[in-house]
Design a protein around this ligand. Sequence first.
Ligand code: XMP
Length: 516
Amino acid sequence: PVLVVDFGAQYAQLIARRVRESHLYSELVPHSMPVDEMLAKDPQAIILSGGPASVFEPGAPGIDKRIFDAGVPILGICYGFQVMAHELGGTVDRAALGEYGKTHADIDHAEGLLEGSPAEQSTWMSHGVAVEHAPKGFEVLAHTDGAPVAAMQDPSRGLYGVQWHPEVRHTPLGQDLLDTFLHRSAGLRDNWSASGIIEDQIAKIKAEVGDAEVICGLSGGVDSAVAATLVHRAIGDQLTCVFVDHGLLRKGEVEQVKHDFVKATGIRLIAVDAADDFLTALKGVSEPERKRKIIGEKFIRTFEKAQRQVIEEAGAKGKEVKFLVQGTLYPDVVESGGGDGAANIKSHHNVGGLPKDIKFKLIEPLRTLFKDEVRAIGTELGLPDSIVWRQPFPGPGLGIRIIGDITKERLDLLREADAIAREELSKEGLDRDIWQCPVVLLANVHSVGVQGDERTYGSPIVLRPVSSEDAMTADWSRVPYDVLATISTRITNECRQINRVMLDCTSKPPATIEWE
Ligand code: XMP
């Protein structure tokens, strides 16, 4: 693998992902892993990530110097670059000028790591510490106003470093730099593809499951559909999918999922109507994290209850369901505080929202993947576009789109408004431009309106169309005014309790995509 050594960077996983976009398998390891252990993984190349520390502060995370003599090509990025410079005898100091965001870099030598680079590059930086002098044997390739050494290399030892972040899209030539490092400097050949991931996962799942019975919590979305299809490839009829109708689904969703999924995959599916159960448990609850925890727990209890039926349908008398498949993705893990040292932003229902006493062992074949990788795998597995390109819909469903407590009436109202918005956006062919468009009911807010010559006092609906690459960051979509106007008119006409429609024009960050 290509090892990405994580120094606590926000972007470490992004580096791993970009390496995969260069068609090479990557693994993330903590900087605290002993160097011998890293080398035992037989890395083809190593990338040292950025991180929040300063190398000269006491207790700053470093790395055993021996790694630089192991004969493995190494690229240091930002903090990782400074660690390399520091450990090998260069000088690193507080920068005369901190650089945050878009930064202009002058390329002094367009060779090696920067082969083919124009004389100037726009780069994305985030540093208040700089490498003043490169270690002996290194050639300085670039500088900026705040970084006398912004890129350096010693090809004879296979060591390279850059101050800027090649992994973010804001560095336009960043992917080129990573490509150059991996394919030219390190001389690696492609080894990562959707078909490779599939083979790998199938082998892993087979080995783990043996002849046990497995259920998969299917939501109808691309993640659980791909996870189920992968597991089905591995173990065939030992898999039963369970689709829980928790009463928080959108209009027509139950029928549509049942029909589309079974038709596309032929996997055995049981639908469980648990709406009353969920709504009772959620009664009077308006705090978002509590809602998420309750829903996460209820999902598991519903799967547990469905066990007997699953065993019956599977014709597996006397056996037990041992495993539960979930379509958890990496962003869910990170945002639920599951990444190393990451903060808990919200408890995604299938990660942070799970109860501690689960009777099943979890199988999460997509846990290290990003959405675009999952979509590529779905296509490779032969799933139709209607599933692969379905917009994301959160497991807790409309439950986290009613701001306030959840009632049947509010759900019905939101379902109608949501159906109108979806219908109009699809009609305009915007389904792929828009990553997803949550429709949110501000149930506790009331404003005065006039409808049919009468005063009304109703709740607003918020439209939250966003564009995104991976849901980790997002921008609000510039939906044409005409389309917004149609949606607004239809919602206020057809849903009498709604007298205002608002547009959420906030990116992520600072907001998240869902309101709760
Ligand atoms: P946020 O709101 O965190 O959402 O910016 C990022 C993406 O994740 C979806 N989401 C969830 N998906 N279970 C899921 O399966 C959850 O609990 C959950 N919460 C948010 C959200 O729709 C967006 O695509």
